[in-house]
Write a protein that binds this ligand. Structure first.
Ligand SMILES: *Cc1c(COP(=O)(O)O)cnc(C)c1O
Length: 347
């Protein structure tokens, strides 16, 4: 089964925008591999899939989902997009960039406090002309739906057609983005003659893990396992959330179940234990990983998602948990701008 075959089943076609620069590179991390092997000779060869270079303002993983989610919103006649996330949300920044590119109004509901001087993603949100609505965390968690509904009716009264994209663009539409990425990665591995065994990544709202796990299952059988290190909540939450996203995708695009997806038994490996003090809070070990990989390979991770996942991954590599694999890919999902607000903690 190939990605194209799934697309071909849809006579009217699947709506999609072209926002990302694809394919993103698949690169070996040779010095990292050598360093790991000096401590653990059975460690696999490590690769990195550079989704941090997905284009349209270094958008990371969100742009792949937005290509589908925003296409659907436009089909519905939307001319204003509402979405939500933390003050330093990569998803919100990627949405703001895409909206500016498409000429859509963008409203961001941001969790947290607006600092005196905007930094990182927030600075970009402002530059990109997004309308910002900052609300305290407690209210955000309790009442996000109300805030969205209020904003929707306000915009409608102004004669606009607003459309809400859920946190992280993780929903039935967003799943397409990482189904396509799974196909792209398998293609690259095949061209470069790499026998891929596993793919490691961070999970924060579940959509990337959902698309990648489903894609690998459909396109590679059980040959490529996906390990998603959660950066908030816990394994139980993400097992449910990712399955829910896949279910939503199935209800929208394969309601008659032509694809033989055994959803209840679809392997979703969520690796818990590296959240630390909470979402957005990084430990010394996480900061050390950022500096280590940057100096060793010229690849910069972010403290909120990728470095947390990479820290857990590195510990497991040294402990021998990946020894039975030959080639493992780390999915670099982006987040560079999130480094800057941590400048005082990094050194
Ligand atoms: C959003 C994000 C993730 C997590 O992806 P989800 O699909 O939300 O689970 C990982 N890395 C970065 C840099 C992100 O911005």
């Amino acid at each position: 089964m190939h990605f194209q075959q799934i697309l071909d089943r849809h006579a009217g076609g699947i709506s999609k925008l072209s926002l990302a620069q694809l394919p993103t590179p698949l690169q070996p991390l040779s010095r990292l591999t050598a360093q790991l092997r000096s401590n653990n000779p059975n460690s696999p060869k490590i690769w990195v899939k550079r989704d941090d270079l997905s284009g349209q303002l270094l958008s990371g993983n969100k742009v792949r989902k937005l290509e589908y989610t925003l296409a659907y919103a436009l089909d519905q006649g939307a001319n204003a997009i509402i979405t939500a996330g933390g003050v330093q949300s990569n998803h919100c920044r990627a949405t703001a960039a895409a909206c500016a590119q498409l000429g859509l109004r963008c409203d961001l509901i941001l969790r947290g406090e607006s600092p005196a001087i905007a930094d990182g993603n927030l600075l970009l949100d402002k530059l990109l002309g997004a309308h910002l609505h900052t609300i305290p965390p407690r209210q955000y968690y309790d009442q996000l739906d109300n805030y969205v509904a209020e904003l929707q009716s306000e915009l409608t009264q102004q004669g606009l057609s607003p459309w809400y994209i859920p946190v992280g663009a993780s929903d039935g539409y967003g799943v397409w983005g990482y189904l396509q990425a799974a196909d792209e990665l398998l293609d690259q591995a095949s061209i470069q003659d790499i026998q891929l065994d596993a793919c490691v990544m961070a999970t924060g709202s579940g959509g990337t893990a959902a698309g990648l796990s489903l894609g690998m299952q459909l396109f590679a059988g059980n040959n490529v396992q996906v390990f998603a290190y959660n950066v908030c909540d816990d394994a139980r939450y993400f097992e449910q959330k990712s399955r829910q996203d896949i279910q939503a995708w199935q209800a929208l695009f394969d309601p008659e179940h032509h694809l033989e997806i055994d959803l209840a038994n679809l392997p979703l490996h969520i690796v818990d234990g590296f959240v630390g003090e909470g979402y957005g809070k990084a430990s010394r070990s996480v900061y050390r990983r950022i500096k280590q990989l940057a100096g060793l390979e010229g690849v910069v991770l972010d403290p909120v998602y990728t470095a947390k996942a990479f820290d857990g991954f590195s510990q497991h590599l040294l402990a021998g948990q990946y020894d039975h694999f030959e080639n493992v890919v780390f999915m670099h999902t982006g987040g560079l701008f999130g480094v800057f607000p941590h400048r005082e903690l990094l050194f």
